[in-house]
Design a protein around this ligand. Sequence first.
Ligand code: PXG
Length: 482
Amino acid sequence: MVVAHRKPPYNVPRDRSPTAAASGERSVNPLTPLSNLAAIDAAHHLHPFSDMKALNDNGSRVIARADGVHIFDAQGKKYLDAFAGLWCVNIGYGRREIAEAASRQMNELAYYNTFFGTTTQPTALLAQKVTGYTGGRMNHVFFTNSGSEATDTWFRMARVYWKALGQPSKTHIIGRRNGYHGSTVAGASLGGMRHMHEQGGLPIDGISHIGQPYWYAEGGDLTPHDFGLARARELEAMIDELGEENVAAFVAEPIQGAGGVIVPPDSYWPEIARICRERDILLVSDEVICGFGRLGTWFGHQHFGFQPDLAPIAKGLSSGYLPIGGVLVGDRVAKVMIEEVGDFNHGFTYSGHPVCAAAALENLRIIEEEGLVERVRDEIGPYFAAALKTLEDHEIVGQVDAVGLIAGVQLAADKATRRRFAKLDDAGAAVRNHCLENGLVMRATGDRMLASPPLIISRSQVDEMVDTLRLGLDHLRETLRK
Ligand code: PXG
């Protein structure tokens, strides 16, 4: 797409064509038909994680509105969003109650900060509410605007904690290869994504990574159980190598999200918890994706039955209606932060923003009132898993992993030997693009198809998702045959 206009936003090209009028396109601004936004966007907007050259050639996809589990693009095409935006729209789109709660708060008090001992009503109430889901184990929260900021927050807090306890050498933090903890310098460093490390000279010093519990790809001849133990014991070996007196914390997602919905074998988390306990290393559970009902529990660590010391949260906290995140702080750390540290020199202008907090409170009210966590655990989660498991009969599906309403569908070149496609990214992208053409938004990470729909998805919508995905798999199989 060629983009030619001179002085945006004042000189926006107007689409006066009869087709634009006839298609009933909705405009955000009467001067800016949505069909022109793709070109304007390509000309001026650098996107996260997007091939900008391809995007400029093809034009951006403009999403215009959304309702329930559906999004609609500028041309009015409807998609089932099996990805909940970006793993976040847990209650689904178009909830007026949230808009109204935010609007009420904005009219009452649009902003005040939480620095220097100040608070606001929704912020205090949200702190009480969100810590209340931890079973009395994590009674404090530090607010941020995003998951990445939450990562930077606990990263500093873990070091401050050990220093306050007279162990200033305990600074090293261990993450996992193919983990994801955000895009800030600490986040990208703690994450184990090579393509992120390559940009910007990361990871920073003081961070190491162990292997991920991805049995299908890396388990070799071990049983999943033995492989889970082996991968957990890499943590023990890494602590030995670094010296226990130098290690502050270990961080992992209960289920790796962006890494491809990697569900660890059952043996994994109990062993990790044992090692952290015995070696006196803080355990950090990154709940940014797994929190707020995704796994059929309030937090992912509750599903796996371990207790973290720190837990970054974001996404489902507000279902993405407004940006807000935070770090849940266990009592052991909170006690030291309050009694020994006192003043934690850290925070963001919008930490605990009252309008975001009001939206989050309303979101949590909806999750509670509609019993969405229990719905995922008892009803729609098992249905979703069973429906997706039917794909395991497909020639190019190696394995389906599903917990609650999150799933990874592993593509395979040869099921018997777990051989993967030579070009992983191409395989996933082919299926994803076919799904998109057929009105289904899924994500592909290499050769894994990922689903993480809103928690309100119905059974028939789950069926539709699986049917469309099956067509995408058929399409890839036929393409390969040719
Ligand atoms: N931790 C985890 C586990 C995440 O999934 C973050 C931290 C960072 O949150 P913010 O709010 O700073 O983005 C995330 C974010 C993907 C994808 O491609 C995943 C995320 C973000 C963007 C893309 O799957 N997760």
